[in-house]
Design a binder for this molecule. Sequence first.
Ligand SMILES: Nc1ncnc2c1ncn2[C@@H]1O[C@H](COP(=O)(O)OP(=O)(O)OP(=O)(O)O)[C@@H](O)[C@H]1O
Length: 240
Amino acid sequence: MNDQTDVLLAARGLSLSYGTVPAVSQLDLEVRAGEVVALMGANGAGKSTTLMGLAGLLGPAEGHVELMGEPTTEPLHRRARRGVRYVSEERSVIRSLSTLDNLRLGPGPVDDALSLFPELEALLDRPAGLLSGGEQQIVTLARALAGDVRVLLADELSLGLAPLIVQRLLGAARDAAAQRGVGVLLVEQHAHLALKHADRAYVLHRGQIVLSGPADELSDRLDEIEASYLHGAMPAAATP
Ligand SMILES: Nc1ncnc2c1ncn2[C@@H]1O[C@H](COP(=O)(O)OP(=O)(O)OP(=O)(O)O)[C@@H](O)[C@H]1O
């Protein structure tokens, strides 16, 4: 499982900027088949920017992205055809359309989405704008995980949601990794939540990766990591 050939998506010396303003620099990270990787860090550390770069929404200032071992500059819709799914921080349902029609807009079969999230059956006729925030996020994730998905890039799935729904969403991402070999990269600001659901994690600090390793090892440093978010101090150098 930890073989190089299992690397589905990677950043190699990747720097991303907004105009002339650098946001993240010299990132090296990998997402392998069947693993859940968390990308953690304080507000403004560069987590969403990194995800956008990996998804193809933001071109590199330096370095490159590799998809299935090949450098790529394709935009998101082309990466999507190769199984990359991106869930942004904003819930991307169309409020005036029914739940069913929202699911139909996804890249995979509706039946797939419903077998992953049977609780949506009862909501199919309801306009998505009338769903709760958690239900809207379930629709978004159901759509992303339906069909032939290889990599899931998910930005703050837990944002503003009740713990039970968060468990459901992160559990589904975990299942996709464990049962279907999907490589999952979760952006998550809550360090304990990230480490609870991930196999490995990277910690970003002011646009650079300052810590990385197995989630259980980083869990031992949870207090230090959380303190670094609050005080802006960099956690001590990465453990080997
Ligand atoms: N559209 C933009 N134009 C200019 N600068 C931006 C833009 N979006 C983000 N930035 C800057 O890039 C840096 C990284 O932001 P990013 O949103 O990636 O961080 P984040 O870790 O996802 O933060 P949060 O947890 O608050 O979402 C920040 O300094 C931010 O102000």
